[in-house]
Design a protein around this ligand. Structure first.
Ligand SMILES: Cc1cc2nc3c(=O)[nH]c(=O)nc-3n(C[C@H](O)[C@H](O)[C@H](O)COP(=O)(O)O)c2cc1C
Length: 176
């Protein structure tokens, strides 16, 4: 069986090369809204989503992330939009990671359905634990009790999506 949602789920890929085309604000807002419709444990809606288009802040994010990664390359692949997701510490909300991950997943699918491309980028927890990262978190208006969960690089893809990767054979089972 298939439909548009299933097709979008099965054709999404992590994209690491973006064109120079800017992401229109209405599309960005649609992606962010889709993130807010992710379910959260006890409907706490704790995750905080911050979309960054400011080139200076993007440079700082890239430098901080590359510093953790130990490279000189841009971990966000030159994307013009970086969407950060922050969550409370697990001690404050045991569902924090699950909630934030669903937000990121919703946004990746929404982006793909609109012809945009994205890639989950890691290391935000470590980045926002550094002194410079803590200051940046404050500048972004995010409660210091929160920590970075993950990010998306977002943009228009340079090329059509490659085919989906093969799934392992025993990924699921049905027990009757
Ligand atoms: C939790 C998580 C962390 C990831 N971190 C990165 C990352 O830091 N950099 C990156 O290029 N891709 C990252 N990815 C993307 C994965 O490499 C990608 O999803 C995987 O290779 C499968 O490819 P696909 O998304 O195209 O199916 C991450 C994905 C997840 C779910």
């Amino acid at each position: 069986m298939t439909n548009q949602v299933i097709e979008a789920i099965c054709s999404r890929r992590s994209i690491r090369k973006y064109s120079d085309r800017s992401v229109e604000t209405d599309k960005l807002v649609t992606v962010l809204e889709a993130g807010t419709y992710a379910p959260t444990g006890h409907n706490r809606q704790d995750p905080i989503i911050v979309a960054v288009r400011n080139s200076g802040i993007i440079k700082t994010l890239s430098r901080l992330n590359a510093g953790i990664m130990g490279t000189d390359s841009d971990p966000y692949y030159g994307a013009k939009v970086i969407i950060l997701v922050f969550v409370p510490k697990v001690e404050d909300n045991p569902n924090a990671v699950q909630d934030g991950s669903l937000v990121l997943g919703n946004m990746m699918l929404a982006a793909h359905s609109l012809g945009l491309a994205s890639c989950w980028i890691n290391r935000e927890k470590q980045m926002f634990s550094t002194p410079e990262g803590k200051l940046l978190q404050e500048r972004l208006g995010v409660d210091p009790a929160y920590e970075g969960l993950g990010a998306l690089s977002l943009g228009y893809p340079l090329k059509p999506n490659p085919k989906p990767l093969e799934r392992k054979k025993d990924y699921y089972r049905i027990i009757d």
